[in-house]
Design a protein around this ligand. Structure first.
Ligand SMILES: [Zn+2]
Length: 86
């Protein structure tokens, strides 16, 4: 009798762990797919607007030094996995 109860508990724990592992794998795969489809994010320094205009010579501008004027940066996961060109 106690053996059966133990088995049921073990089975329940195994099922819970399996569900957790599957859910984790789905999340990881979803994140990897997201990195492949969208490896870039807005530049955190200039928020995607890389031109800094002067206040006196208002036509003059310089480019964001963090992103070099692209207005984008590679996401952390894409940088780690080397997805997408810089
Ligand atoms: Zn920038």
């Amino acid at each position: 009798m106690p053996t059966l109860a133990l088995d049921i508990h073990a089975a329940a724990a195994t099922n819970g762990l399996t569900i957790l592992i599957i859910a984790g794998a789905v999340l990881v795969l979803g994140y990897l797919l997201s990195l492949v489809l969208h490896p870039y994010a807005r530049c955190s320094t200039c928020k995607g607007s890389p031109r800094h205009y002067g206040s006196i010579f208002s036509r003059a501008f310089r480019l964001c030094s963090a992103c070099g004027g692209s207005g984008r940066e590679r996401r952390l996961g894409a940088r780690i996995l080397g997805i997408g060109p810089n």
